[in-house]
Design a protein around this ligand. Structure first.
Ligand SMILES: *Cc1c(COP(=O)(O)O)cnc(C)c1O
Length: 404
């Protein structure tokens, strides 16, 4: 189905941060399959884990105990400060799990029509509930009626959350990203996250953090919220958790971890031995090689390089970075840069919100590869420094097609 605005290019193999097409042309990957392949392509330990587990056991169903799932749950809980885990197959499903927890939390208090606070420009997935939670009209258009029960507020504005607490007695939870990825690489202020934590405690609300893009070391800590020194009640993960093998997780702490009783949620594939062994291996490699700290170092290098090279570029209006999540905001629409970067620079980038170049390099990238990303971006943007013809306003379709 024509759900994607695809590039014509396709790749046949990869290694680390590099990819090759069928003509053996080499490309530098600065998006990691949209924040998925943080250990790079064809990582030998991931390949070995897949091969060995495939030769032993793929799937038995959640009717039985699954040793690798228990190990992964323990590992993730110790990294995140959570108590329990539920496993599924994607980010949207992880967020669906969180939304179901918030509904149960409400119904246990006798609130029949609960509301969950979500943020402008937030992104939480493409299922009906998660697109309803998403703060981008382009993603929602055509899919009404949306799921009710969301109260949308401006991101990073604690006063509006205080006002909601005073005016909306049926609020039961807050769901947000610590750095909005699809929303253009915009971070929550640590003080805002701490104030949200305090308010959620006072009100008995669940603080639910979507770490699907920011988690697993990407921002320079295992989880994005750790920069603010807070503990949420619910955390969702996917993307880099399986380095390309599909797996999602919803983690919870305290009362939120005890909400489901048997039969209230489930997933046929979720948490199978193969997916969980792969994720355990991802964590093992990331911990051993201290990749969250590496993301902080490489991210600072990338940000500094871009800021130095593009400081006076007339088309660049802002450069933002949080570990290896970097956004270069242009003062004009630039979705065409994705194709030009491939053709002219052999570089994989994405553009979000129509005018923000988003870079999500692998955490195993070398310093030389990070410097090479800067060099290729500078060359890519060189023609943009010349006076431009007048552009028309960005259309809703262009914004929609820039999302994954
Ligand atoms: C990618 C993403 C999702 C959706 O994950 P899928 O695996 O595509 O369903 C949800 N939230 C955030 C923050 C994401 O980046």
């Amino acid at each position: 189905m024509p759900a994607y605005a695809r590039q014509a290019l396709s790749f046949v193999r990869g290694s680390g941060a590099l990819l090759w097409d069928a003509q053996d042309q080499e490309y530098l990957d600065a998006i990691s399959g949209v924040a998925v392949t943080s250990l790079g392509h064809a990582h030998p330990e991931i390949t070995a884990a897949i091969c060995e587990q495939a030769s032993l056991l793929l799937h038995t169903s959640n009717v039985f105990r699954i040793d690798w799932q228990e190990r992964l749950g323990e590992r993730l809980c110790s990294l995140s400060g959570m108590d329990k885990a539920f496993f599924c197959n994607s980010g949207a499903e992880a967020n669906e799990t969180a939304l179901k927890l918030a509904r149960l939390h409400a119904h246990h208090q006798g609130i029949a029509a609960p509301q969950i606070i979500v943020m402008d420009n937030g992104f939480h997935g493409r299922t009906l509930a998660t697109l309803s939670a998403t703060g981008n009209p382009a993603i929602q258009t055509g899919f009404a009626p949306l799921m009710p029960g969301f109260l949308r507020l401006p991101y990073n504005d604690i006063d509006t959350v205080w006002a909601a607490a005073a005016q909306s007695p049926h609020v039961v939870a807050v769901l947000l990203e610590p750095v909005q990825g699809e929303g253009g690489i915009r971070a929550a202020d640590p003080a805002y996250l701490r104030a949200l934590r305090q308010l959620c405690d006072q009100q008995g609300w669940l603080l639910m953090v979507d770490e699907i893009q920011t988690g697993m070391g990407r921002t320079g800590a295992w989880l994005g919220y750790q920069h603010a020194g807070i503990l949420p009640d619910v955390v969702t993960l996917a993307k880099a958790l399986g380095n390309g093998f599909p797996i999602g997780a919803c983690l919870a702490r305290g009362a939120a971890a005890a909400l489901f009783s048997p039969g209230q949620h489930g997933s046929t594939f979720g948490g199978n031995p193969l997916a969980c062994r792969v994720a355990c291996t991802v964590i093992e490699v990331m911990a051993r090689e201290q990749l969250p700290a590496r993301a902080a170092v490489l991210g600072a290098r990338l940000l500094d390089g871009l800021r130095q090279a593009l400081a006076t570029h007339p088309a660049v209006s802002a450069i933002r970075g949080h570990g290896l999540m970097v956004g270069i905001e242009l003062n004009r629409p630039c979705t065409d840069l994705v194709g030009r970067a491939l053709a002219e620079q052999h570089l994989l980038i994405t553009v979000t919100r129509g005018n923000v170049i988003r870079l999500l390099p692998a955490l195993i990238s070398t310093e030389a590869q990070i410097d090479d990303i800067v060099r290729r971006i500078v060359l890519l943007l060189a023609p943009e420094a010349k006076p431009q013809p007048q552009h028309t306003a960005e259309s809703a379709t262009a914004v929609a097609s820039s999302s994954w």
